[in-house]
Design a protein around this ligand. Structure first.
Ligand code: ZN
Length: 147
């Protein structure tokens, strides 16, 4: 089994920015030459998240509305008093969504559904440059040796 790690940089506009990463992740997998295994997509940082949903304008609106309902964008969270950066809501949204997604792949292809995109959710209250880690663990076409 091989483990291959790649990084990609994504510029975001700040909350609520939802960016489709699916094609870039497909390219990374293709480059790796791996055929079977699983891949983790992870965003470094505590005010962004990685998730999956159907990436279309209606649902993008719905997802934004859901985050606003769950964790309203306002100041007054205790974190805002600690640092004065007014992004308590960003940390809370990122925490409930989570920073990573695991996707199995077979025959060199992600096992995603047609309407299942991989989405970076930027929650910070300002534009950020995000480091996305894609780590693949799997096998290529080489013969398996040993037991
Ligand atoms: Zn903060």
């Amino acid at each position: 089994m091989k483990i291959i790690t790649e990084h990609m940089t994504v510029e975001t506009k700040g909350d609520p920015d939802l960016i489709d990463l699916t094609e870039r992740i497909r390219e990374v997998l293709k480059r790796s030459g791996l055929r079977q295994g699983s891949l983790t997509v992870f965003v470094t940082g505590s005010t962004a998240a990685v998730t999956t949903f159907e990436y279309e304008p209606g649902l993008i609106k719905d997802v934004r509305a859901l985050y606003e309902k769950l964790v309203p964008r306002k100041t007054g969270y205790a974190h805002d008093a600690s640092w004065g950066d007014a992004n308590g809501f960003s940390h809370l949204r990122a925490m409930i969504q989570g920073p990573s997604l695991v996707i199995p792949f077979e025959n060199g292809k992600l096992t995603l559904g047609t309407w299942q995109q991989v989405v970076l959710a930027e929650f910070d209250n300002r534009p950020r440059r995000r480091d996305i880690v894609v780590q693949m663990a799997g096998t290529g076409n080489e013969k398996q040796v040993g037991g």
